[in-house]
Ligand binder design. Structure first.
Ligand code: NAP
Ligand code: SF4
Length: 682
């Protein structure tokens, strides 16, 4: 019997019979901004349909031009647009899947000058202030939702999802915070929820009974002035009566001060908010947010919390998630690590989404899967992100790969990341690599420090045709008086070796790793693994009695005094991820971590770290100084090989240490394997 009996049970909703309970949630990709957008979207969705998912939701399409996410954003409001959509829906059906179009009016989050909302009042996260809709305009907006739904049915979609959460237009109507109207769409609860109910009724009236009408409900607004749990439950009941077939559960607004889906949120943290809705209705309920493994998903269904699970980012990370679950190959799933680095952070900075663990996501047309016509015997030195990614891609294409790693385990710098509270998901990334490398037939040899003369001899003996050097980086030790003082340790000593760190700490360098180390030193890991602890620390009322589900946060007293330094002027942490940096900075603020920019380091001695700032000399009296001052390439093996006449390939941090992150390392490893295989076929 399968380990996931609930997840694999079929379900019929409206006229659509779903083979299982795994759904790909809506996600904006910005693929439409690339060349050949329709082909790209078609390939993106078709690949996921082939992966066995029950159904997919598109990114949001606005029913009116003023409701788009940003300039040039997606709209579906005219029959002339249908042929592009038909291309997509046809390909998905051919692949055996179903696709549902999400209708999203961004309201005051629309990054366009003509944005509208129930009432005036700018969102914290938008530069544009909205204009309040007139009563007549509200009625015509309702009609536009119905029009878009009818077009979606004509285009061949299996249904529509009406986006009613995350702080977009509908949610702005339901919350008193953003709805200060006094017409039939504002005032008391009944009038505030009228807008979504009229939309559901209008949509239902315009589409056939076998067309799925999904409503995404805001289960907990996480905004002061948001709805209480009782109001959410009542809205859920009324949405059901208005004709919805399925409720998808959204969490928080985009401007909430509580994280809802980053890796620092425990897996399935929002189950209490899902349960509140499940208990209120008889139609199926779909859970979402921080569900990234079949185990977590199965548990939500088996416990009766939800009937389906929605996973958006996990399907970016692994399009075959559902098939692997069904075929008993769940350990092969390329797990989404909740980093947001290549998906949401790309979207928020006007780039096209892809995925850190799967750079093929959104680039399906640019990567072939062709096997190499001339398989080679390759030795790869270094089992960090770049070395593992190259080895896996090369082995999949038919090359015989031997991977040599000097350390006792694969992973390189990823093994440091996994120690940071809120980055525990890196364990699953490493598990995926270990399993996938083994299944692809890569010969992994741990504890083997490759030497150039020996490698050359093996190449000359015909054992290998080629060598790839991915020997990574070493922490940079700044040229600073006292840099070798006993109280100085590197980030690798702390995260990798568990080097002891005193109560008073100075961190030299405030890049991603400086922030990671600060988090490691002041935060407890249970806040990102235990939902109850997370709710307490972030001030979430898990009884759902307060408006918006907020209550005063109960932060633990800081366990260490930590000071962070950088030489550059300006705010520390400016280059952290757009969607996660604010979370990290909030955690460090809570732990009273001091941050000083524009310093000149002078020396380190028994008294601590001496530095100058604003012309004044100061001493940070600390027990430990942690060096987080970047990295240097480890390329001596490569240089020796070249000197011995072997033209090796150099990738990852060994090639260029500056600003190397896991995304670039994985992308580069895969890219080399792909180009190489293509060259070998010519
Ligand atoms: P980094 O981002 O380059 O930061 C290095 C820090 O060291 C800077 O703050 C720099 O600031 C300082 N520094 C550089 N040379 C120095 C010197 N000679 N003496 C003293 N200070 C010096 O490198 P990283 O923090 O090691 O991170 C490595 C890569 O991993 C980066 O690409 C980073 O984006 C990525 N990463 C990202 C995250 C995340 O986004 N959460 C987490 C971990 C790692 P000043 O020069 O101003 O002093
Ligand atoms: Fe998940 Fe990170 Fe990939 Fe986004 S980039 S889908 S969060 S692994």
């Amino acid at each position: 019997m399968s380990a996931y009996p609930h997840l694999l049970q079929p379900l019929t909703i409206a006229g659509v019979t779903l083979p299982n309970r795994m759904v790909m949630g809506a996600m904006h990709t910005r693929l439409e901004t690339m060349d050949r957008p329709v082909e790209r979207l078609t390939a993106f969705y078709a690949e996921r349909a082939k992966g066995g998912i029950a159904f997919m939701l598109t990114g949001g399409y606005s029913p009116v031009p003023e409701g788009v996410m940003d300039e040039g954003g997606l709209v579906l409001n005219d029959r002339s647009q249908l042929s592009d959509h038909q291309h997509i829906t046809h390909a998905v059906r051919q692949a055996g899947g179903h696709i549902v179009l999400q209708i999203l009016h961004a309201g005051r989050y629309a990054k366009v000058a003509q944005c509208v909302a129930p009432s005036s009042g700018k969102a914290r996260i938008n530069v544009h202030a909205p204009r309040a809709l007139t009563t007549q305009e509200v009625w015509s907006t309702i009609d536009s939702y119905a029009h878009t739904a009818a077009l979606a049915q004509e285009a061949g979609y299996a249904g529509v999802e009406i986006m009613g959460s995350e702080g977009y237009l509908i949610n702005e109507f339901t919350a008193a915070l953003t709805n200060r109207r006094d017409d039939e769409f504002g005032g008391d609860f009944d009038r505030r929820v009228r807008f979504p109910l009229e939309i559901v009724k209008a949509v239902r009236a315009r589409v056939s009974r076998d067309f799925m009408v999904v409503y995404r409900i805001s289960s907990i607004d996480l905004m002061e002035g948001g709805m209480t749990g009782a109001e959410v439950a009542e809205l859920a009941r009324r949405v059901q009566s208005a004709g919805a077939d399925l409720l998808n559960v959204g969490v928080g607004w985009h401007e909430s001060a509580v994280p809802t889906m980053a890796a620092s949120v425990p897996r399935a943290a929002w189950r209490h908010a899902v349960r509140n809705i499940k208990q209120a209705v008889t139609i199926p309920v779909m859970a979402s947010n921080r569900i990234n493994t079949p185990e977590v998903a199965e548990d939500l269904l088996a416990s009766g919390t939800a009937d389906l699970v929605s996973m958006a980012r996990p399907l970016l990370a692994d399009p075959a998630f559902a098939n692997k679950t069904r075929e008993g190959r769940a350990d092969e799933i390329n797990t989404c690590i909740g980093c947001n680095q290549a998906c949401l952070d790309h979207i928020f900075t006007e780039r096209v989404a892809t995925c850190l663990v799967n750079p093929r996501a959104g680039r399906e047309l640019d990567w072939d899967d062709d096997p190499a016509a001339v398989p080679q015997r390759v030795v790869v030195v270094g089992g960090g992100a770049a070395g593992m990614a190259f080895s896996l891609e090369a082995a999949r294409r038919g090359h015989a790969v031997t991977l040599l790693e000097a350390g006792p385990e694969l992973g390189g710098q990823l093994n440091l990341a996994k120690q940071v509270p809120g980055k525990q998901e890196f364990h699953d990334m490493l598990r995926h690599f270990r399993v996938a490398l083994a299944r692809a037939g890569v010969q992994v040899q741990l504890g083997v420090k490759a030497q150039a003369p020996e490698l050359v001899a093996r190449i000359q003996a015909g054992e290998f045709d080629a060598v790839v050097v991915a020997t990574g980086v070493t922490p940079r030790t700044p040229d600073l008086d006292g840099a070798h003082h006993p109280k100085v340790v590197s980030y690798a000593d702390v995260l990798g070796q568990g080097a002891p760190v005193g109560q008073r700490v100075a961190i030299v360098g405030a890049g991603g790793i400086g922030f990671d180390v600060a988090e490691y030193l002041v935060c407890q890991s249970d806040e990102s693994t235990q939902p109850a602890r997370f709710m307490q620390i972030w001030g979430v009322d898990d009884t759902l009695q307060t408006p918006g589900g907020l209550q005063p946060a109960q932060a633990p007293a800081p366990t260490r005094q930590v000071q962070m330094f950088q030489r550059k002027p300006g705010t520390l942490g400016k280059h952290l991820g757009k969607s996660t940096g604010w979370i990290l900075k909030a955690k460090l603020r809570r732990a009273q971590v001091e941050m000083t920019a524009g310093v000149t380091y002078q020396r380190i001695d028994d008294a601590g770290l001496h530095y100058q700032v604003d012309g004044e000399t100061r001493v940070a009296q600390v027990d430990t100084v942690v060096m987080c001052a970047g990295q240097q390439s480890q390329r001596s093996l490569y240089d020796e090989l070249v000197a011995l006449g072997v033209q090796a390939h150099l990738i990852g941090g060994a090639q260029e240490a500056a600003e190397l992150d896991a995304l670039r390392a994985i992308q580069q490893g895969m890219q080399l394997a792909s180009e190489w295989s293509q060259a070998a076929t010519q």
